[in-house]
Structure formats: C-alpha cells, structure tokens
Design a protein around this ligand. Structure first.
Ligand code: F6R
Length: 635
C-alpha cells in the first residue's frame, strides 16, 4: 500500500536517500513511484512501474537536469497503490498544485475529494490526474494563497485549515517553493506533515530529518524516531521538529530509540524473500517456544496480559486475510480447551456487530503489519464499548501495539518483506495455541496431564517443520504438474478448514489462479457443479487419535472421492503413515505424522511451496504480486 518517505538536510543527498527509502517501502506493494525535489523550483519525477524504472528515468535525464537532482537537500517520495484513478504516470505521486508552487505525497483516502475538486475548479484550479491527492495539493495551495494575500500565512495555520476541510484518512508530506518570497520572510527548507488514521513517523538525524510511513524505512538512516499520533501536524527542517495537534496545541516530541535491524532487506542467498521467509518458520516458532521453556502448568503464560480471563464470556477475533484464517484455529481450540465461544469476524465487517460488546468480551485483533486500517478501526470501535482488547502482531512499532498497549503479544516473526504472508501466519497460529492454553489454565479448564500433552506437541513443531522443509524438492516436482490449471478447489473440515483457506489464498495471490476453499461437506451443496477434469481438488485430511476428529478426517476423504468421481484431478494432503483410501487419489502429498489438532501449521507448508513454485514457474512476481499491498492502510 502507499508509502511515504521524506528528507530535509544540509547535504545534497535528497534524491539518493529518497530512492533508497522507496526501495525499503517496496514490500508494502505498489504500482507506481515518484519523488519531488526542492531547489529553486519544485520538480517531480514519477512513473508507473518499479522504482528501478524511476531510477533509470532519473539517470537518463540531461546532464544539467541530473546535476539539479543531485544538488537537492530536500524532497519527498512515494510508492503508490492505486485507489482513485488507475495506475499510470499521471496519477503517480507526488502531485503538484496548479501552478507548481508545492508538491505533496499522500497515503490514505479523502472521502469528500469530489466536492472539494468541484469547489477548486470553480476557483480556476486545473487538475491533471484522477486522484484525491491532487485535490489536497490544490486545496493547500488555495489556503496558502489566501493567507499570503492577507500576510497571515503560517505553516501550522495553513495545515490546520487544510485538515478542517479533509474528510478521510491521510498521512501527508508537503514541500513548498518559497523562492518568490523576499529574503526576509522566506522560511528555511522544510517539510510539512499531517496525520490522520494513516501511519507516519519522523526520523531524527544529525543536521537532517526524515519522515516515512514506517519506522523500518527511517531506521536505515537513524534510530531515533518520533511517532506522530492521529490528528497531529508537524513541520520539520534540517534541525527543527515542531508538532501541534489539530487544535493548535503544541506537542512535545517523544523520542524513541529503536533497535537497528540491518538484515531486513537481505535475501540471504534465497531467490525470493518469500522462500527465505518460508525457511525462517522453524526459527521463529522455536523463538516463541523458547520464551515459555521454563514454564509449567502452575505458572504458564504467553504474556502478562492485563486481562482477567476468568471473567470473559465470549471472544471475538477480528482480522483480515491470512490473519483472519489464523484466528479460526483459536476458535477451534479455545472452544474445546476452555469452553469459551469464539466468533471470528472479518475486520471490515466487524463494525456492524460492535453493538453487542461489553466488558465481559475479549476482542483479539490479529495483524502482521499492525497497521491494517480495517483491523485498527474495528479495534478502536471495540475499545469504546469497554470490551477487553488484545493484539497479536509481529511489528512492535505499529498502530495496533499503540492501541492495545500492554495487551499486545509481539511474535518474533519480525517484518515480512514478501507480500504473501508465511512466517507471520504460522507464528500467529502458534500464538493462538499458546494464548488458548493461558486462557484455559487461568479458567482452570484443563487437567495438568492434558496441558502437558499439548505443550509437548507444540514443542515438537519446529523439528517437524524442519523435516517438512526438507521435502521442498518433492513438493516442487508435484506442484509443477498442476502449474497450468486455472481453477482449484481446496477442501477440508474442522480445524484444517483454515489450511484449505490459506492454501487457496496463497495460490491465488502468487500464481493468480482462481482457487477457493470449501468445508468439504459443502461441496455437494453447490460447488460440485463446477468440477470436471480441469479443476484439481486438493483435500486436506489429517488423522487423529481422537475419535470425533478421526471421523472428520475420514469424511474429508469421502467428500474428496465424490469430487474424483466427477473427473476432478484429485490430490490428497495427509500424513506419512495414513493409508486410508490413498491409492484412489491421483497424487498424495505427505507431511510428517502429526495429530490433527496440531496440524494446521505443518499442513500449510507444502501449500506455501506449491503456491511459490507454481508462481515461479509461471514467471510471476513472487514477492510483489500484482495489485496486492503488504500494509493495507485504507478501508
Ligand atoms: C495474505 C496476506 C493478507 C494479509 C491481510 C491482513 O498472504 O498477507 O491477506 O494477511 O492483508 O494483513 P495484516 O496481517 O497486516 O493485518
């Protein structure tokens, strides 16, 4: 999703740093990029496509133009993920106002942009793009001119007025060309910032300051950051940072010193970040388990949550995409281990159910980025009801952590660069198991013996994942036979419905094939109509030592065979020693033996490989699939 980076300093390195910053925002997903530089005028360089294309375009400018680029000490940059207006050169950011007196980059959505645009058109402003951002540029320009005409211009005053006109979400960075002002009134080079519901942080350097959408972008330049809160405005120059709220109150910057993480943009020899992140899964899960290594039944806790779990009557999980899938595991196990009803709701649909909440409810928000607008807004609304909030994320510096504070569990998955989630997803599932254990123990719902058995099984996961990763070549070979199919159905039942959903999502995201997951019992209620020899059906059936769950596994096989009789190529994903009807399938994909209740993490891994190898074989952009964003910061 859109990313912002800005620089103001004393050395002529704005262009280089902005391009470097943009590269670190690539993982968020984008379709175009650009920078604007402030010298004696504001110049914009932007295009559809990759940052490499932008770089090539800049370095093929005339010598004179290039030297202008290279001497700039102030600028703003942007990666755009199209919301208003198709991805093209004109709609790419930065946007200039009508007379090129300022440039602006924006992350978010302005809901009232159409009425503002009509108002500005009647005042003579001319628009080149279809974007809501160009409306902000011209609106700010209009406000600025009016204030200048009565000698009342002030950066904060103009920003406040701008914010009072904008409805929606925005992180903004603006540079202004003041070269027409006389030397006495001319301000120093600076960047104006505004934040409402979209992420924005300031980085503090030595005689230079930065602003960006995420702290990791700033971290490559400085470890000191100031996080802007919603409804805050800032003006930064090379050696000053001033912050005010929308009401004009001064805000003292709170400086945080972050830990440097220099390995983030390194593929460590893997062809793609996705592959690297798949292989990081055992390490991430081991780290999580090592933190509870010394704990037992009497003192078990994933974390010291400030929540009285004995008082909770219902749990709501809110999340999107893969995080939403992961939550289904919490639903399955918390119901069984602690007899608490759990409802899993897609975050963007949650607002319609918020009226039912009370202080006896626990709302668990799950988000790898910690910045997903749908999830954050749902949590904000839940908070107002007095319900208990708890967050699971892998990003400490995130909005979800700010919102849920001490009740945030940070998984050690760290940042994911590849857009499709892998290690974040499996770490979320392990977090669900451990959270369910903590809640069940707190409510005295589990016998010690059962608790020990669960923990033992969870501790086996990293080794089993290692063993599964060693089978990558086999998964690759198997998957390539199916690379050219356009439609896939994934089936399972019970706890592994989540695996079917995640397997289908990974395949869709990476290979662009159409893939849908169904609880296998639903097949005959409609979807079976689409089956023929062109629609492979991948069924996930993991045996269990518990009778009910074993019956579930057997039912999946029967439903899968119903699909096979409709000529669908039939693929079974199961454990090494399961022999139930396996000879009737066209292909059997195996994982190491594991009981069904603990299998969603392990069973996902072959499906991650399938999606990866099929996408790679088809020549798709594995790490940055088309149209997708890593941090979905708009509703
Ligand atoms: C799938 C994927 C997305 C995210 C979803 C939520 O591979 O990455 O479906 O899971 O956009 O994102 P977060 O977890 O950042 O809230």
């Amino acid at each position: 999703m859109c990313g912002i980076v800005s620089y103001v300093g004393s050395e002529p390195k704005a262009a280089r740093l902005l391009l470097q910053g943009l590269k670190s925002l690539e993982y968020r997903g984008y379709d175009s990029s650009g920078i604007a530089l402030l010298n004696d005028s504001v110049k914009v360089y932007k295009n559809k496509g990759k940052i490499l294309d932008l770089e090539k375009n800049i370095y093929s400018l005339s010598e004179q133009e290039q030297s202008e680029v290279e001497q700039s000490i102030c600028g703003i940059g942007h990666t755009r993920w199209a919301t208003h207006g198709e991805p093209n050169d004109v709609n790419a950011h930065p946007h200039l106002d009508s007379d090129a007196s300022l440039a602006i980059v924006h992350n978010g959505i302005i809901r009232n942009y159409q009425s503002l645009r009509s108002e500005l058109e009647t005042k003579g402003f001319v628009f080149k793009s279809d974007t809501d951002t160009e409306v902000i540029a011209n609106m700010f320009s209009s406000i600025r001119k009016e204030l200048l005409s009565i000698n009342a211009y002030e950066d904060f005053k103009a920003l406040r007025e701008l914010s009072s006109r904008l409805e929606g979400s925005y992180a903004l960075a603006i540079i202004i060309n003041d070269s027409n002002l006389n030397d006495v009134t001319k301000p120093v080079k600076r960047i104006l910032l505004a934040k409402n519901e979209s992420p924005l942080v300031i980085g503090i350097g030595d005689q230079e300051n930065f602003a960006a959408s995420d702290s990791d972008t700033v971290l490559q330049f400085t470890d000191k950051i100031v996080r802007l809160a919603d409804k805050e405005l800032a003006v930064i120059s090379k050696n000053t940072i001033e912050i005010q709220d929308f009401d004009g109150n001064e805000i003292k910057p709170i400086i945080e010193v972050l830990k440097q993480n220099d390995s983030i943009m390194d593929k460590k020899g893997y062809k793609h970040f996705l592959l690297k992140e798949i292989y990081e899964q055992p390490t991430v899960l081991s780290k999580m388990l090592s933190l509870i290594e010394d704990q037992s039944f009497t003192n078990f806790k994933l974390m010291d949550f400030q929540i009285d779990f004995t008082n909770i009557e219902k749990v709501y999980c809110i999340a999107c995409g893969s995080a939403y899938h992961s939550a289904q595991v919490l639903k399955s196990i918390l119901g069984t281990w602690a007899a608490i009803p759990v409802e899993v709701i897609i975050a963007s649909e949650f607002n319609y159910q918020v009226n039912f909440l009370s202080e006896k409810d626990l709302v668990v928000g799950i988000s790898q980025s910690g910045e997903t607008a749908d999830t954050i807004l749902a949590l904000q609304r839940a908070k107002k009801t007095g319900a208990n909030l708890l967050a699971i994320t892998n990003r400490p510096a995130s909005a979800i952590n700010n919102l849920c504070g001490v009740n945030t569990y940070i998984t050690p998955a760290d940042i994911e660069i590849s857009v499709a989630s892998t290690k974040a997803y499996t770490s979320q599932i392990l977090a669900h198991y451990l959270l369910a254990l903590q809640i069940a123990v707190a409510r005295k719902a589990l016998a010690e013996e059962f608790f020990n058995e669960i923990l033992h099984n969870l501790k086996m996961l990293p080794v089993l994942i290692e063993q599964t990763l060693h089978r990558a070549n086999a998964y690759k070979e198997q998957s390539l036979n199916y690379a050219n199919y356009k439609d896939f159905i994934f089936l399972s039942r019970g706890i592994n419905h989540v695996t079917a959903m995640e397997g289908a999502l990974k395949l869709k995201e990476l290979s662009y094939a159409h893939a849908t997951a169904y609880p296998s019992g639903e097949l005959k209620h409609g979807p079976i109509a689409i089956l023929d020899e062109n629609v492979p059906v991948i069924s996930i059936s993991i045996p269990s030592k518990y009778e009910d769950e074993q019956v579930t596994a057997e039912k999946v096989i029967h439903n899968a065979l119903e699909a096979k009789t409709r000529k669908a190529p039939s693929i079974l994903l199961t454990t090494d020693s399961n022999q139930d009807h396996v000879s009737e399938f066209d292909l059997v994909v195996r994982i190491p033996d594991i009981d069904q209740v603990f299998s969603p993490i392990l069973a996902t891994i072959p499906l991650q490989f399938w999606a990866y190898y099929i996408a790679e074989d088809l020549g798709k952009d594995v790490d940055q699939p088309r149209n997708l964003a890593k941090s979905v910061t708009v509703e």
